[in-house]
Design a binder for this molecule. Sequence first.
Ligand code: OSB
Ligand code: MG
Length: 369
Amino acid sequence: MRIAEVRLFDVRLPLVRPFETSFGRIDAREFVLVAVDADGATGWGECVAEVDPYYSDETTTTAWYVLSRQLIPAVLGRSLGHARDASAAWTRVRGHRMAKAALEMALWDLQARLDGRPLCELLGAPARPVAAGVSIGIQASPEALVDRVAAELADGYRRIKIKIKPGWDRQPVEAIRARFGGVPLMVDANAAYTIEDAPTLAALDAFDLMMIEQPLDDGDLVDHARLQASILTPICLDESITGPKAALDALALGACRIINIKPGRMGGFGPSLAVHAIAVARGIPLWHGGMLESGIGRAHNLHLSTLPGFTLPGDVAASRRYFVPDLIDPPIEVRPDGCIDVPAGAGIGVVPVASRLQAATRRTERFRA
Ligand code: OSB
Ligand code: MG
């Protein structure tokens, strides 16, 4: 495919309800959307970088900069044999994995559309329903949290993840166990603790959690290994797993027993497939994470989630938990059995509704070969 044109969109979508984690609270999702044209087709990609560098060091602004100055010029006007070859064009660019992923994933969508096949088949698996869980932000009170969990379970979701931070950990977990018994439950700290907090985290062993996600800093693989050796609950790493090398190091150290894959965090589908292969070879359970994506990023995530290594429910919930309306129509919906169907058709199977994208876009930039 010969890359003829790339467009960037600076998009803002209000969230249905605010989302609060250990690093902050947001009322709207602001993100960069990428469209790539080649050979008469268009591929779409969504950059998961946020406005503030709290989850990772990238931001919407750094992603726009690196896309426009380095990544897009590296592929514009060039002929690529396959989407998987794109990353070779930007090996000089250090880091900026979310920016790379947005363009790389748009190219995978484009490749699949040109091939006339669903993206999941290109990634290596036939379409299958994907088991979905929900990620529930920090709430004002345990009572408010319990109400939220009840609503999510009523919608069919198969596992509950709650965000925790120092001072909001044991109490919310206790409240959920008291009201919902043995519901599949896990917690995500987004790196809010240090190894000094090991006793607090060990106390969560009493609640039969599926896992504790990213308790410590993203660079703290050694401390994660120490922590894992001292608690029973499996540690799952999110922020720390920046690609296959980090996954190998984490597993060699015993820093985690479960891995969360987010293609945006790792630089795209190429490194995601590599981490998937590592995990499958070692019998490490995987699940697909989420970054409050619109329907475009959500569709990418669902396609990747069909791979056989994704054995645990993912943060791949329905559009209406996030945006009403979503950029796509029809929206992503959850079935009563808590699974989500992968959008059918070529590529990711969905495109933005032009009028909705236009209304949500604050700025665009066009690059032509
Ligand atoms: O750590 O998984 C995370 C959202 C934004 C940034 C980081 C994370 C999250 C979520 C929400 O947990 C997952 C989702 O529902 O998309
Ligand atoms: Mg996480």
